[in-house]
Write a protein that binds this ligand. Structure first.
Ligand code: DHB
Ligand code: FE
Length: 290
């Protein structure tokens, strides 16, 4: 009996989405179409509840800063506090980790020659909490917790040099091996978050590129190696400076069955929406078939 990866989930993160949920604005005209796109995902999460979520995301100078910049950081702690990002921490549950599985993954992935940074204390910002909120909704007051433990996996996509799409894709394959060698009979989701096109700074602030984003979704789903081949300069030119967050989606995609000798996944959801603050929002659910 071994752990297995049952699905991958992909979603953008935008701080304003968290604020809309926290402040009860999800029914406003501006937000309605965005949240409609996640109704299926929320039902699907309830019907396909994992035992653990391996959540690939990026920290926005919250837990880390220019003082030290890990390329890949795995959270091995029993819990992770929601970060104060300037307006106080979001009113969301503490994230419960899975130290045993996280340590196993660290051991296995480092032995596969990816040098992870092991992090035993880490506050988690909107990069992690907004995807959880979108997929799980606001937990009820009388059971104020996320549906399962979460292993936070932070990727540096903020300060150059950042990892390539190909390295992220290969890392996903190593994480898959690690999870599948964990000798407990549990179901694991792997989530890739951040993106899609957006640029928050400089002369091109506000940039959105629907064509690039939809071509990326096509490749992610049907030809992930082609997505892994995209060089940094293309993300930055086409998807804006923060569009580089998309390389994180390749970690989750690299962990799926089809790119490791198995069957093609089922596409359960594909959604794309503009606008959400300054970011184009994309969302995909892929279910492994065995
Ligand atoms: C926005 C998007 C981000 O990814 C982020 O980290 C901060 C802000 C935005 O669109 O407003
Ligand atoms: Fe971001």
């Amino acid at each position: 009996m071994m752990a297995k990866i049952t699905a991958s989930v992909f979603t953008s993160h935008v701080p304003a989405i968290g604020a809309a949920m926290d402040l009860g604005k999800t029914h406003e005209e501006y937000w309605k179409p965005l949240f409609k796109g996640y109704e299926y995902g929320k039902r699907w999460m309830k019907d396909n509840k994992p035992d653990v979520i391996f959540l690939v995301y990026n920290d926005h100078a919250t837990a880390f800063s220019l003082d030290f910049i890990p390329t890949f950081a795995i959270g091995t702690a029993p819990e992770f506090q929601p970060a104060d990002e300037g307006w106080g921490p979001r009113p969301v549950p503490v994230v419960k980790g899975h130290p045993d599985l996280a340590s196993h993954i660290a051991q296995s992935v480092i032995q596969q020659d990816f040098d992870l940074t092991i992090v035993n204390k880490m506050d988690v910002d909107h990069g992690l909490s907004v995807p959880l909120s979108l997929m799980c909704g606001q937990p009820p007051a009388d059971n104020f917790e996320w549906p399962c433990p979460v292993i936070p996996f932070a990727v540096n996509v903020v300060q150059y040099p950042v990892p390539s799409g190909q390295r992220c894709y290969n890392l996903g394959k190593a994480i898959r091996k690690a999870i599948e060698s964990y000798d407990q009979d549990i179901n694991v989701h792997i989530w890739g978050t951040g993106g899609m096109s957006h640029q928050l700074q400089g002369a091109r602030a506000g940039l959105i590129n629907k064509e690039f984003d939809n071509a990326f979704l096509d490749k992610l789903i049907n030809d992930p190696q082609a997505a892994a081949d995209i060089p940094h300069i293309d993300y930055v030119r086409e998807a804006g400076s923060e569009g580089i967050e998309l390389v994180m989606w390749l970690i989750a995609r690299g962990a799926m069955n089809d790119v490791n000798g198995g069957k093609a996944p089922l596409l359960k959801q594909r959604f794309y929406h503009v606008p959400a603050s300054n970011t184009a929002v994309g969302h995909v659910i892929l279910e492994n078939q065995f």
